[in-house]
Ligand binder design. Structure first.
Ligand code: UDP
Ligand code: MG
Length: 320
């Protein structure tokens, strides 16, 4: 099996307008880095526009392009997993389809990888153009919160834009989980990983495929995948609540013997509602973990491939 020097892996969802410029810029960058010895792997994640038609057209004229059509929309992290499974390069560049991450940085990222003898060079966002204040604020908060609760140090302000060596990718591919937070999983494998600061551009065309709901889900996958802190919250909370109850008991007892017993039911209701809220929260967190345990235990394939255009050498979970 021939391993090209470089694979560029791009998950795509409704990116029809971005594919041609992406293809041109990525091909030029790959050529500048490794000459002709590269492959470009595009994954169509069940797009509702004509992304797949565009990909097929591009694949027909470019023998270095492999286009993979998933059976439906599996989500960004699983589409990316499909591409990583199926690519065969010695170095692997992960990049978004919307050209927010400039492919021209590839040459510099390879230089850093060589000079630092690194297995992973991950791009850290120094600035983010054209993203709403809300997105930037929630992202900043999320990365910092995640860092506090997880046991694996996950680099701040880092997306999936990164260059990996084959041995790092093979290590990554040995992690079987369904709920995937890829940047965390890559951090978990270890090896030598170095940051690469860059300025994130605006989307070339189209709009974000990460509305609030998907962001929250990714955040939950990140926390539950890398930490059990929320499960421990119950035991911590119980200690604090027990202490508070003792104080309350002393206060009420004191009032009783002073001939001034507590009156009315406001205080009772308050305690009941506060405690039910805490209990519901704890139950909800247990539910989150239990639900994930259930999904994992089904051991379904991570994704299904419907069609392939171009030469594929990796392992594929083909749906036909
Ligand atoms: N994407 C995907 N499947 C999805 C959603 C997104 O493959 O269900 C791809 C999308 O085409 C893009 C990348 O994931 O290449 C990042 O998505 P997006 O640019 O919408 O996210 P943002 O940059 O706004 O966080
Ligand atoms: Mg984007």
């Amino acid at each position: 099996m021939h391993r090209p020097a470089l694979s560029v892996v791009v998950p795509c969802y409704n990116e029809a307008l971005n594919l041609e410029p992406l293809h041109a810029r990525v091909s030029a960058a790959a050529r500048a880095a490794v000459g002709e010895d590269y492959e470009l792997v595009l994954i169509n994640d069940g797009s509702r526009d004509d992304s797949w038609a565009v990909m097929r057209r591009l694949a027909a004229r470019d023998p270095r392009l492999v286009a993979i059509n998933l059976s439906r929309n599996h989500g960004h992290q699983l589409a990316l997993t499909a591409g990583l499974d199926l690519c065969s390069g010695q170095q692997i560049l992960i990049i978004d389809a919307d050209l927010q991450d400039p492919p021209e940085l590839l040459v510099d990222m390879r230089r850093v990888m060589r000079e630092e003898e690194a297995d992973v060079v991950y791009a850290v966002r120094r600035r983010r153009e054209g993203e709403t204040v809300f997105k930037r604020a929630t992202a900043a908060l999320f990365y910092r919160l995640l860092d506090r609760v997880t046991d694996t140090p996950i680099p701040l302000d880092t997306g999936d834009f990164r260059l990996m060596s084959r041995r790092a990718l093979d290590a990554f591919l040995s992690l079987p989980e369904q709920a995937r937070f890829i940047r965390g999983m890559v951090a978990w494998i270890g090896f030598r990983q170095v940051p690469f600061p860059y300025d994130r551009a605006e989307r070339f065309a189209g709009e974000t495929n990460y509305p609030l709901g998907k962001m929250v889900r990714l955040a939950f996958d990140a926390v539950t995948g890398f930490s059990t802190a929320p499960l421990r919250f119950a035991s911590h909370a119980s200690v604090i609540l027990a202490a508070a109850s003792m104080l309350l008991l002393f206060y009420i007892g004191w009032g009783y013997f002073q001939g001034d017993p507590v009156q009315g039911w406001t205080s009772t209701m308050l305690v009941v509602t506060v405690l039910s809220a805490v209990q519901m929260f704890v139950l909800g967190m247990i539910g989150e973990y239990l639900g994930r345990l259930y999904v994992e235990s089904k051991r379904r394939p991570l994704y299904l491939v419907a069609d392939v255009a171009g030469p594929v050498q990796g392992r594929a979970t083909l749906g036909y």
